[in-house]
Design a protein around this ligand. Structure first.
Ligand code: ADP
Ligand code: MG
Length: 681
């Protein structure tokens, strides 16, 4: 069992070079390798005859080798190896190039699977450079692994086969009773079945078992987090606290959804257990006003609030908005970011420590450093579109278990929200402030660009502003067709938009420079802002009415929706123009969805249906294996099954401390520790 947890180099057949390649994929041990699942399988279960084979398409032909022809070594270092094979009906030629090893290993009279393209006419069929494997020992479903530089599927198959040999029954993570109840095969069988399936049924059973386990572990983890935070005491606030002055001072009346959210939050703040709530609302739904109400409520109870934003620009904007909302009732907010001067930082920290300051706004990075709070009662995180259970868990440890509010601008389907945010109560802001006109969206090809420029100019002439989003910063050779921001901005400045003020914003700029540009945009010193996706978590510019997105097919729907949300924030009619050269059906279909609806939740459901839940999980966040995501999109019942299972298990053993749950507990910890920190131990 120990072999599985040794460095990957210790696996026979893996040298230093290959190990380095595995490391790049996040594979450090044979165990990790076993969880590197195939992308797809080559199906040898239905071989075709060379006469029936579709020309130019990869297919499997089962054939006997009749005769090997003499080797031909041509001058230009090309060696040609030819043999005659028979598929049971027809003789045909198999040609290999520069592959003496395979050729010499082939045995005349033996039966093989040849996988590749069939070519030739009715008289003579041929397969050039097919993959050959002995039919007797062949895997009928041959795994194909996600592509990676220098690591072929064949190499991985060999290495994985070796790793599989180290598997033992003792590694089972799931309790026997559970496996029986949900008809699940053992872990050992499942890993065997996913990498070396004996047939379709075997593969399905393996997939189900592994997907079940992944989902179960994830849900156990989030439910355990939830349970833990439930048991801790926090700072209960007074239900008598009135927010009337805050409401009166607001420049607008709150939407019904905002009012409901504030009611739910203030109720939470008055209970003995810490709040753990997600405020999920589309871009522009007014989450900041809700956050301000919560902060005011806490301040009136003598508690401090910290609001964390993912970027500096956003932190500044939050400061501005919060100050607008809170200064009329005499509350001050301070800003703490990476660019705050050392001296100023010291002073602010002192004020935070002695309680002079009640509301602190900053970037995650800065706030998570060593700041001592006087009485931290409420932590608000603005996640925008990023989420990570482990990050949230880490935060929970800050300052004596404060109440927590997570704000997310990514609408996600409810089923997924229950899993991803299983540790949180969810409140939706599903109503946009009144008087907003829905953004009109068009998907067009590059041929329409000139007309789009004309359209933008008309609006700039009318005193409005526009964004032009491209996906890259600089031109790079492979990405030639992409509209790179820097050169694009130059081109527009000297060409189509010579008479306008064109600005540039990209992720490689220094934070101060980004801020300066966004400030200019806000003050309308820029008419057209050429930018990369940094603008996604950008600033509220109500005067901006057009966003044109180049290479729109490269973005996920959720991301496009976020980008589109940069406009339509004022009372003017806004437009979103999606430019794509893609001929891909699916890509075009996705863009059409953007034109049909502005509702983030509808878009999210569509994205889930078309692409699976990968985008929502943001695999980088906690390393969900691709298999699970695949199984999950096609198998939603599994979600509710695992939900039930997780609840049942924890009902009887809330922290998995019973002996027969030991390996399950270990597996949960392993999953949640993938990003280092977590709140489970
Ligand atoms: P988001 O949910 O995207 O964070 P914001 O909180 O930034 O949205 O709000 C977007 C804009 O709408 C801000 O300018 C804010 O002042 C304004 N706003 C918020 N609530 C309302 C409301 N009820 N009526 C009108 N405008 C509102
Ligand atoms: Mg916001």
């Amino acid at each position: 069992m120990n072999e599985l947890y040794q460095p990957i180099e210790t696996l026979s057949g893996v040298g230093e070079k290959r190990a380095a390649k595995y490391h790049k994929l996040g594979i450090h041990t044979p165990f990790d390798l076993l969880y590197h699942f195939p992308r797809t399988y080559i199906d040898f279960t239905h071989p075709v005859s060379v006469m029936d084979a579709e020309m130019g398409v990869n297919c499997a032909v089962k054939c006997r080798i009749i005769r090997k022809m003499p080797e031909v070594h041509a001058k230009n270092r090309l060696s040609i190896f030819t043999m005659i094979a028979n598929d049971g009906e027809t003789d045909f030629t198999i040609t290999l190039y520069n592959n003496p090893y395979t050729f010499r290993a082939v045995q005349v009279g033996e039966t093989y699977f040849a996988y590749g393209k069939v070519q030739g006419g009715w008289t003579r069929r041929e397969m050039r450079a097919p993959q050959l494997q002995k039919a007797e020992t062949a895997l009928l479903l041959q795994p194909v692994y996600p592509q990676s530089v220098g690591l072929t599927s064949a190499m991985m198959r060999t290495n994985i086969q070796k790793a599989l040999s180290y598997l033992e029954d003792a590694m089972e993570t799931l309790p026997t009773a559970l496996m029986e109840e949900y008809r699940l095969i053992s872990l050992q069988k499942a890993l065997q079945g996913i990498h070396r399936p004996a047939g379709i049924e075997d593969l399905e059973a393996a997939r189900r078992r592994l997907a079940f386990e992944e989902l179960l572990l994830f849900q156990l983890g989030t439910l355990m987090l939830r349970h833990r935070s439930r048991t801790q005491t926090a700072y209960a606030m007074s239900p008598q606290t009135s927010l009337d002055d805050f409401f009166c001072a607001l420049p607008f009346s709150l939407t019904g959804a905002q009012q409901r959210a504030i009611a739910a939050i203030t109720k939470d703040l008055c209970t003995e257990v810490p709040m753990n709530r997600l405020l999920q609302g589309d871009v522009g739904s007014g989450k900041t006003a809700v956050a301000a109400a919560a902060a005011a409520f806490a301040a009136k109870n003598g508690f401090q609030t910290v609001l964390m934003a993912p970027t500096e620009i956003l932190a500044r904007q939050h400061l501005q908005t919060m100050t607008d909302f809170l200064s009329p009732i005499g509350m001050e907010a301070v800003l703490l970011t990476g660019s705050t001067k050392a001296k100023e930082k010291r002073e602010i920290k002192k004020k935070i420590a002695d309680g002079t300051v009640r509301i602190v706004i900053g970037t995650h990075a800065v706030i998570q450093q060593d700041i001592t709070f006087f009485k931290l009662g409420l932590v608000i995180t603005d996640e925008q579109h990023r989420f990570g259970v482990s990050q949230r868990a880490a935060l929970a440890e800050k300052g004596g278990h404060p109440h927590k509010l997570v704000m997310s601008a990514t609408p996600i389907p409810r089923t997924l929200a229950l899993i991803i945010y299983g540790d949180l109560d969810i409140t939706l802001l599903d109503e946009l402030p009144k008087g907003r006109l829905p953004i009109q969206t068009f998907a067009v090809t590059g041929g329409y660009r000139e007309r789009a420029y004309g359209f933008i100019k008309e609006h700039l002439d009318a005193g409005e502003q526009a964004y032009l989003v491209c996906s890259m910063i600089e031109d790079s050779e492979q990405m030639e067709h992409l509209q790179a921001a820097e050169s694009y901005a130059e081109k527009l400045k000297s060409g189509a938009f010579a008479d306008y003020r064109v600005g540039l914003l990209h992720g490689k700029m220094k934070p101060q420079d980004k801020d300066a540009v966004m400030e200019q945009m806000k003050r309308h010193e820029i008419d057209l802002l050429v930018c990369t996706t940094v603008v996604e978590v950008g600033v509220d510019v109500p005067n901006a009415t057009i966003v044109l997105i180049e290479d729109a097919d490269r973005f996920g729907l959720a991301q496009l929706h976020q980008l589109r949300g940069r406009v339509g924030r004022g009372s003017l009619q806004s437009y979103c123009i999606l430019v794509t050269e893609s001929k891909n059906e699916e890509a075009r279909e996705r863009l059409k969805i953007m034109s049909r609806t502005v509702n983030g939740f509808t878009i999210a459901e569509e994205d889930l249906r078309m692409r699976g839940p990968g985008d929502f999980f943001g695999s980088a966040q906690h390393g969900m294996p691709p298999l699970m995501q695949a199984a999950f999109s096609s198998n939603m019942p599994l979600v509710s099954e695992t939900q039930d299972a997780a609840r049942k298990i924890l009902e009887r053993d809330s922290q998995l401390s019973e002996k027969h749950h030991a390996s399950l507990r270990l597996a949960v910890l392993r999953l949640f520790r993938k990003n280092g920190e977590n709140g489970l131990n």
